[in-house]
Design a protein around this ligand. Structure first.
Ligand code: ZN
Length: 220
């Protein structure tokens, strides 16, 4: 897969498909809806390259493993290596922005959380990270005030704005790079706002980044 097919605007980018570093609990209203405690620092987890899925293709959902939840998130495409970067370096490494779904096997995750087990099976399975095309950062200009939303079968389920993030993008990337080097082609998923819920085969999804992109796709 590459990212060049579905740009709504801008130039293609040819980069290897890397990992996605995801942040949990970065929007207060989402923390409340899952009765999670507010973290002292970002909660990070990783989806491997095998989790990536081109969102313009139908999204296959796992079967027989309980509820699959949607989590719409702004995702950042990294263009240069970040290791122990400061916030300025981190901001400059973001070359493009898209929308992604952090698909989550919620029943499995709840079971794991109750037992203090890691989340990989619930979060990092094959196809768990459907990703849109990317819009170059210079065409967006601002990262700290991006409104985005997800509708399922015509009903809006999630709505957020990057201004509501508990840890803002430069600081989030800087923190991430203290733990995991980010490489060109890696993605950072910046957390989901409130309204997560189940998706089923046949559901029609619409993901919107205000004034930037609108994507329609479906679950199968
Ligand atoms: Zn998420």
């Amino acid at each position: 897969m590459n990212y060049k097919h579905h740009w709504l605007t801008g130039e293609p980018v040819n980069l290897p498909v890397g990992k996605a570093v995801c942040v949990g609990r970065n929007y207060a209203a989402h923390i409340s809806e899952l009765n999670n405690p507010s973290p002292d620092e970002p909660v990070l987890f990783i989806k491997p390259a095998t989790a990536m899925h081109d969102m313009m293709q139908p999204i296959p959902l796992p079967r027989g493993r309980g509820t699959v939840h949607h989590e719409v998130e702004v995702c950042l495409l990294i263009g240069q290596r970040l290791t122990c970067a400061d916030a300025d370096q981190a901001r400059q490494a973001v070359i493009a922005v898209g929308l992604g779904l952090d698909l989550t096997l919620r029943d499995v995750q709840s079971w794991q959380k109750e037992r203090g087990l890691p989340w990989e099976v619930a979060k990092a399975f094959d196809g768990s990270c459907p990703i849109s095309g990317f819009v170059p950062i210079r065409q967006i200009g601002r990262l700290n005030n991006l409104a985005f939303s997800l509708s399922v079968n015509g009903q809006q389920r999630q709505q957020g704005n990057t201004a509501q993030m508990l840890t803002k993008i430069p600081e989030l990337l800087s923190f991430t790079s203290q733990h995991f080097s980010l490489l060109p082609g890696d993605i950072v998923m910046t957390g989901t706002p409130a309204g997560v819920g189940p998706v089923s085969p046949g559901d029609q999804l619409e993901l919107v980044m205000a004034a930037v992109m609108a994507i329609q796709t479906q679950c199968v």
